[in-house]
Design a protein around this ligand. Structure first.
Ligand SMILES: Cc1ncc(COP(=O)(O)O)c(C=O)c1O
Length: 391
């Protein structure tokens, strides 16, 4: 490892990130290469971002061609590539959610979804869930159910309530507190699989119950699919699972294979109520990120990445279930949480020694795998082999 590792970063950047002792210089598929010439298997996917793998040639080509043609112009003009990207995203989206507002990040997507919910319902309150993570901006943080992130920045945006994830009764009680027939609830916002909380999800009844409740009280159901979206759970979106369709879906992370992009998908009914100047974002849907989005959708479709996620995840989950160190395997597709019988950090360290990158979570015993959707059997076997030898 170079002795000057991170010297400049540490000199000039705020030290807000706990970093691995690596300097990555190049990526290819499921591999990253470090400045000291080592190759690491990336099961962390740059934090669930590198959907099509590092530097997929088609994505690189689309970005390079677009960069040479036009890097940026704002939404004040039409852009052919933005139109094509929107059409590609709409094609991948559930038919009910084909109107799009482009932004730059997950937090910004959630900010805008909350604004839209307040606007179209005329109500104030947003209910979300303990353990849910929705971002770091003041609005998205106000909906984040993790106290340690929220507390130091209070007072936050008023009107946010939290209930335990998976608890329909608590949700009903909370709604009741917002006035007769839940009259002040604008939205119920959730991560369908709570990633940061240790990859926790709930049963079909929970999702169906929330949908029913939202219909009864006229509130918007918002899925934060910033991690579950774009193929990570083996379908393009979680929306539609258990026959439940939300009114809005927020996206970011993998949608442009690593360029910063986010989006809110909404129903036609919501779209009809949005007028000129209601929302805005300078960089949202810029030409360069749009080219990456279009290519990302094409690669996922044409290379059968969704089928790959399902097939390889089934194999991985079954194999993990057979390891004595593993208490439980959580999640779906390539959003997996391995709950060990002891601290996960020890396993992360051992894997790092064996040149495999993984992630921790808010649950000290859960290790997260968020690999590129193209991860294959040989690499999975390599990972399993190392893991089986950690004791
Ligand atoms: C589920 C979820 N929502 C929102 C966000 C915030 O996204 P961003 O960091 O792009 O603002 C994240 C980021 O990790 C996330 O995992």
């Amino acid at each position: 490892m170079p002795t000057d590792l991170g010297l400049l970063e540490d000199a000039y950047q705020l030290r807000t990130y706990k970093k691995l002792p690596l300097q990555v210089v190049r990526g290819e598929g499921v591999w990253v290469y470090t400045s000291d010439g080592q190759r690491y298997l990336d099961l962390y996917g740059g934090h669930a971002v590198v959907s099509t793998g590092h530097c997929h040639p088609r994505v690189v080509d689309a970005i390079q061609r677009q960069a040479a043609q036009m890097i940026f112009y704002s939404n004040i003009v039409y852009s052919e590539v933005r139109g094509r990207a929107a059409a590609a995203l709409a094609r991948a989206a559930p038919p009910e959610l084909r109107k799009i507002f482009f932004v730059n990040s997950g937090s910004e997507a959630n900010e805008n979804a909350i604004k839209l919910a307040r606007k179209v319902t005329g109500k104030l309150r947003v209910i979300s869930f303990e353990g849910g993570f929705h971002g770091r901006t003041i609005g998205s943080l106000s909906a984040t159910g993790i106290k340690k992130y929220r507390d130091q920045y209070s007072p936050l945006v008023p009107g946010h309530e939290f209930v335990p994830f998976g608890d329909l009764e608590a949700l009903r009680r909370c709604v009741a507190l917002t006035g007769p027939e839940g009259s002040d609830t604008a939205a119920i916002l959730l991560e369908p699989i709570q990633s940061m909380a240790g990859v926790r999800t709930a049963g079909a009844d929970f999702f169906r119950g929330i949908r029913k409740l939202c219909d009864e009280i006229g509130a918007m159901l918002i899925y934060d699919e910033i991690q579950t979206g774009f193929g990570r759970t083996g379908t393009f979106f979680f929306a539609g699972r258990h026959e439940v369709m939300p009114d809005m879906v927020t996206l970011a992370k993998g949608m442009a294979s690593g360029l910063p992009m986010g989006a809110v998908l909404v129903t036609d009914k919501i779209a009809e109520q949005v007028k000129f100047d209601d929302l805005g974002s300078t960089f949202g849907g810029g030409p360069l990120v749009s080219a990456a989005l279009e290519a990302t959708v094409q690669v996922i479709e044409e290379e059968g990445l969704l089928e790959n996620v399902i097939r390889q995840s089934d194999y991985l989950k079954t194999a993990l279930g057979g390891l004595v160190s593993v208490e439980e395997v959580r999640g779906e597709g390539f959003l997996l949480g391995i709950k060990f019988k002891s601290e996960a950090a020890r396993y992360q360290q051992a894997l790092l020694q064996a040149m495999i990158l993984t992630g921790l979570s808010g649950d000290p015993r859960v290790l997260r795998l968020l690999p590129p959707l193209s991860l294959g059997r040989a690499e999975i076997d390599r990972f399993l082999d190392v893991l089986a030898r950690v004791n």
